[in-house]
Design a protein. Sequence first.
Length: 67
Amino acid sequence: MSDQSQDRVEGTYDDLKGRGKSAWGELTDDDELKSEGAADKAKGAAKKAVADAKDAVDAALKKVTGD
């Protein structure tokens, strides 16, 4: 699995985990759990953004090197 794929899988996992925590925090009125969920969702989004950046760098390198 490529680095980008691994980052996307981990990002999706963190996002889903965060959504679950946020939803459970809403149901139980647990502010700490809602905050943890928001942090996990942000972490997931960041990992996905890193994967996108890696793809952009790879594409730019291919353009320059002609591969």
